[in-house]
Design a protein around this ligand. Structure first.
Ligand SMILES: [Zn+2]
Length: 128
């Protein structure tokens, strides 16, 4: 499993099981991987700041508020939830059933209607 896959799996787990809160984007890094410095206001608990790695596909602006889930034991572990899909994330197939292409989980799990990036067919998904 590649480092990127591991990061994705970790974020998917966190999106499902983490504690809820709201993050404000304080600063965006230009490096690779891209990073964001965020201030997190947990739904219950104290504000903390963290720097997180951004997956490809996220478009963020400084000052923006984003719903997040985080690991209360490790405040560096924060995952951003998608604002457009406020109802929740998807559990999606890892490969397209039509063309077999690997699915970009970072995009598909938060898309309004996940589709394959290659053949544009819908990807099977269940609400998270
Ligand atoms: Zn496909």
């Amino acid at each position: 499993m590649s480092a990127q896959d591991k990061l994705l799996m970790e974020k998917l787990r966190l999106a499902k099981d983490g504690s809820p809160g709201t993050a404000t984007i304080l600063a965006l890094g230009d490096g690779s991987p891209r990073t964001a410095t965020i201030r997190v206001q947990p739904d219950s608990g104290n504000v903390f700041e963290a720097t997180i790695e951004l997956l490809k596909g996220y478009h963020l602006e400084v000052g923006q508020s984003v719903r997040v889930r985080f690991n209360p034991a490790h405040h560096s572990k924060v995952v951003l939830l998608n604002m457009a899909a406020a109802g929740g994330l998807w559990h999606v197939a890892t490969h397209c059933p039509d063309c077999g292409a690997p699915v970009d989980m970072a995009t598909a799990t938060v898309a309004a209607h996940p589709v394959c990036a290659y053949c544009r067919q819908p990807i099977p998904c269940d609400p998270a």
